[in-house]
Design a protein around this ligand. Structure first.
Ligand SMILES: Cc1ncc(COP(=O)(O)O)c(C=O)c1O
Length: 430
């Protein structure tokens, strides 16, 4: 499940034994057998409609927020670059970078208004390999083993995994809660001041769709001399800098949470990716140039990983063009469509954590044991969502998550809203 949080997947280390886990895995196997929402094979797509076997459903489970996966200009872009570069530039980035790489990094640095950027294949790769480096080196690359990583309690599972690797390499690891900054201050003060301290958290939260209190957290990190490491996988492409000409509260340019909240990159490393709003495969870090040089040579992927295929580099560049030419209109449309769903949810008085208008909409069930019946209704009405079922989430958080994209049609939104009305007796209300 793409946006699953560490807090939502019960940490396997918490179980006493494999035996204790077995009933949970059996429940997962049962869900796979009896609902249609796990390990589905999609046979065909038509716009945002998907066919699974003989059944057509409106897809509200993809993270292609801007609809770039279906944009004719972007779809046409790989052919020309493949004719020029072949299908795959199979050097590690250390050995050779097709010119597409510096072009992407230059355009991305300008878009984000960041000091510099480094692109690597995926965010997961970045977390697993870069967090351990930043736990033993400061941003200027001075090595000092035994630093501290402070992972926010709701941080994405892949961040937590990166922090765990850092711990395995000698770092101290602590959790903190975004709504308790005194706790964060306390942990920062108790960590060795002469060693690196890295505070890790999500930007737009992948379950609630809400942003963090970045200005206060960034200020606290600066006061305490710590580095803030923010994963805005979902926000990049959708939210951006605020301005008079903005077409929606998402802001302008889709240049991510730091710019959206009027923050600076001072002491902040931003992580993002192209695999959601940009419908491509590539991830980035926004960081000072000296930290970029450190990461290039101290973390494995720049040196040793194979690069992403040419088609991904081409669709990233075409995505920048479309974002420049039509991004504001697309975001306005995405905002309007998301609002139609959120308005329905409010009219039905459904409990929903989303207060931002972001196209990630989580709907918890009153009773987790209704999940099969809810899945059946969704399937029968032709609505495909991310099912948040136990054991993927704790029982009290069972429900489903809807993601709206700009390429969902209004007819699909009508169908979703109609289904939400039917499902409302099963959903938590306020
Ligand atoms: C917040 C967050 N971080 C990281 C990832 C993983 O990104 P990638 O596929 O680039 O490894 C996801 C994917 O769902 C995510 O939601």
């Amino acid at each position: 499940m793409s946006g699953t949080k560490t807090s939502n997947i019960r940490d396997p280390r918490g179980s006493a034994s494999t035996q204790a886990r077995t009933p949970r895995w059996q429940e997962l196997a049962r869900l796979k057998r009896e609902t249609h929402f796990f390990d589905a094979v999609i046979d065909e797509i038509d716009g945002r409609m998907i066919r699974i076997g003989e059944h057509w459903l409106a897809d509200f489970a993809s993270c292609n927020y801007l609809g770039f996966d279906l944009d004719p200009e972007i779809m046409a872009s790989p052919a020309e670059q493949i004719a020029r570069w072949g299908t795959h530039p199979s050097w590690s980035r250390l050995l050779g970078n097709p010119r597409l790489y510096p072009e992407i990094e230059e355009r991305l640095t300008e878009l984000l208004g960041a000091p510099d950027t480094l692109v690597l294949p995926t965010i997961t790769t970045i977390h697993l390999t870069v967090i351990p480096v930043l736990a033993q080196c400061d941003m200027a690359g001075r090595y000092s083993a035994g630093g501290t990583v402070l992972c926010e309690a709701q941080a994405h599972r892949t961040i937590f995994d990166g922090c765990s690797v850092a711990k395995g390499q000698g770092a101290q690891l602590h959790r903190w809660h975004a709504d308790d900054l005194d706790q964060l201050r306390d942990l920062l003060r108790r960590a060795a001041p002469d060693k690196p301290r890295l505070v890790c958290m999500d930007g737009i939260n992948s379950m609630t769709g809400n942003p963090p209190d970045l200005p206060r957290i960034a200020d606290l990190c600066r006061e305490e001399g710590a580095t803030l490491y923010v994963d805005d996988a979902h926000g990049f492409g959708v939210i951006g800098e605020r301005g008079e000409n903005e077409t929606s509260p998402f802001g302008l340019r889709g240049n991510s949470v730091v710019r959206h909240l009027g923050e600076s990159y001072d002491g902040v490393i931003l992580i993002g990716g192209f695999s959601k709003a940009y419908s491509s495969l590539l991830a980035f870090m926004a960081l000072p140039t000296e930290t970029k040089e450190l990461v290039k040579f101290a973390a494995a992927p720049y040196l040793y990983s194979g690069p992403v295929p040419t088609a991904s580099l081409a669709t990233v560049l075409a995505g920048f063009d479309v974002n420049e030419a039509r991004g504001e209109a697309i975001r306005a449309d995405l905002y309007r469509k998301t609002k139609r769903v959120l308005d329905e949810i409010r009219a039905l008085k459904l409990d929903c954590p989303n207060t931002s208008g972001f196209p990630v909409i989580e709907l918890p069930l009153k009773d987790a044991s209704d999940i099969d019946e809810v899945a059946r209704i969704l399937w029968d009405r032709g609505i495909y969502v991310t099912l948040a079922a136990y054991p993927l989430v704790p029982r009290d958080q069972a429900g489903f998550r809807v993601q709206v994209t700009a390429s969902n049609t209004d007819a699909e939104i009508d169908r979703l809203n109609q289904t939400l009305r039917e499902l409302s007796p099963y959903l938590r209300t306020w």
